[in-house]
Design a protein. Sequence first.
Length: 181
Amino acid sequence: MSSLTQGIKKIHISNIANEAVKLRAGEKILLSGTVYTARDAAHKRFKELLEAGEPLPFKLDSAAIYYAGPTPTPAGLPIGSCGPTTSGRMDPYAPQLLDLGLKAMIGKGERSTAVTEDIIRNRAVYLCAIGGAGALACKCVKSCKVIAFEDLGCESVKQLELEDFPLIVAIDCVGGDLFRR
């Protein structure tokens, strides 16, 4: 482990349900495993699918959604720049997804009081990625494939395989919130 990552907790997404209850606001982690990208337009379609009784494009149980819309993929790379988008725009949709099993959300910026309460109630976690560093973040993405809503372009739902993606716990399941200290 390099001196830059010393003392930072490594977490695999397959264990996020167990880890979410131990993480505390302000902790730094390196996340590895499968996460899904989804922004505003995809969340609107998630809501429509759920209202119609249809399944979502991936299982929510212990899943993580990264609020990102990666840029086009350069030749020879798995993904283009992949920085976070403002999470508050997904606040109208987050409570329902948390209630259905979502355990981690990744983005930037503060969340509403309602979302914070649902994070606590569902024993989930909100993680912040570094805004403005999408070109660096993409180096932690080992693979990327569109799994739904291809017509949305950069806002399509993508399955990413991450390796040591640097994040900060912004809201934990006991009410710790970096934005409301």
